[in-house]
Design a protein around this ligand. Structure first.
Ligand code: NAD
Ligand code: DAU
Length: 329
């Protein structure tokens, strides 16, 4: 199979390319990535001489380049996006251009060439859940995005569904919860916290720190995409989530501090994110029932493996650190 992966130089995309080529070494991947601040070719440096991997620098909003690449592949796995909520509060427009318009341009090329399309969505499109409840998002939860980021991702999901219903394009969607693991840009909570602590800075906890995310190790996400791409029902959406029963940000920080032999005096409470979603929790029964997927990883072991990865890959994250600090308090 020949794949077009968009956004393959980002966090999840680069993990996915590693995952896929290790499992399906006879497949071929073309990685289309604009190399924004979030795209890091160093994450894929081990594949430089792999004849099954090609990198193309380009914008998913460029119809010519997209059409040319889509014309020669069997499957598109679409990760490319502006992905950081905080940035979407500072500058929403680029989120609409990349996440909405870019997805439409890819879909249009897929329609022209009849190409199978898998879209990477987020659980944030469903809005926020209250603390201390058993409520979880599922495939029937109404869309209720709260940030410019999640609104733009909701727009992209709707377009993917529309291309299925209107044009019969063979699509699938996965809406996943918060990922963590190797190669995550140091702007996100866990990667920022670890790299802050490794550079003698404090952990920055937004607001009261009692926000809950449904953390998933990135490799589990890659396996879910693999399952849906190979065995998912065309036109269907699958929610993907983790095993952490309502661990809040402060509790995550305490675990990371413990792994690094530090104490809670390293926590600094900072101004809250405007419109901050209180809690996410994902019911992944459907993908489990239909495809047998489940998150196999033990959260604490994965968190420790992630801390260890940052400890041993300073050359990867150090150059990114000064750049990502600039926009935060
Ligand atoms: P990321 O920010 O680490 O990477 C995004 C990649 O897309 C970068 O390599 C960037 O250069 C590229 N890109 C941005 N704009 C582009 C454009 N116009 N044309 C081509 N390439 C462009 O993001 P991530 O965390 O790896 O997320 C990947 C996808 O997964 C996104 O669609 C995101 O919404 C979704 N998602 C992320 C998470 C998470 O926890 N990180 C969870 C659920 C869903
Ligand atoms: O739920 C899936 C989403 O998870 C993805 O769609 C997004 O692309 C991804 O960025 C992520 O969004 P979040 O906003 O949940 O992730 P972030 O790492 O930015 O924040 C996680 C939580 O930690 C959130 O409650 C805000 C808080 N936070 C974040 C940072 C960066 C802090 O307390 N301090 C921080 O420094």
């Amino acid at each position: 199979m020949k794949l077009l992966v968009t956004g393959g130089a980002g966090f999840i995309g680069s993990n996915f390319i590693h995952y896929w080529l290790a499992k399906y070494p006879d497949d071929t991947i073309v990685n289309l990535d604009l190399l924004t601040y979030a795209g890091h070719l160093e994450s894929l440096s081990d594949l430089k001489n792999n004849p099954h991997y090609t990198f193309v620098k380009g914008n998913i909003t460029d119809p010519q380049i997209v059409d040319r690449l889509v014309s020669s592949v069997d499957l598109i796995v679409h990760f490319a996006a502006e992905s950081h909520v905080d940035r979407s509060i500072l500058d929403p427009l680029i989120f609409i251009k990349t996440n909405v318009l870019g997805t439409q341009i890819l879909l249009e090329a897929a329609r022209k060439h009849g190409t199978r399309f898998h879209h990477i969505g987020t659980d944030e499109v469903f809005g926020a859940l209250p603390l201390n409840s058993d409520l979880k998002f599922n495939e029937n939860t109404p869309y209720d995005p709260q940030s410019p980021y999640s609104a733009s991702k909701a727009g992209s999901d709707h377009l993917v569904r529309a291309y299925f219903h209107t044009f019969g394009l063979p699509v699938t969607i996965t809406n996943c919860s918060n990922n963590f693991g190797p190669f995550q840009d140091p702007e996100k909570f866990i990667s920022r916290m670890i790299t802050n602590l490794l550079t003698n800075q404090k952990v920055k906890v937004y607001g009261d720190g009692l926000y809950v995310r449904d953390w998933l190790f990135v490799e589990d996400h890659c396996r879910a995409i693999d399952d849906v791409v190979h065995r998912g029902q065309i036109g269907e959406t699958y929610l993907v989530g983790g095993l952490t029963e309502d661990i809040n940000n402060l509790q995550i920080a305490q675990k990371v501090l413990k792994h690094l032999g530090k104490d809670e005096s390293e926590i600094e409470y900072v101004t809250d994110r405007p419109g901050h979603d209180r809690r996410y929790a994902v019911d992944w029964t459907k993908i489990n029932r239909e495809l047998g997927w489940e998150p196999t990883k033990d959260f604490d072991a994965c968190l420790k493996a992630t801390v260890d990865w940052y400890l041993s890959h300073e050359d990867w994250w150090k150059p990114l650190k000064s750049q990502s600090e600039a926009i935060y308090k």
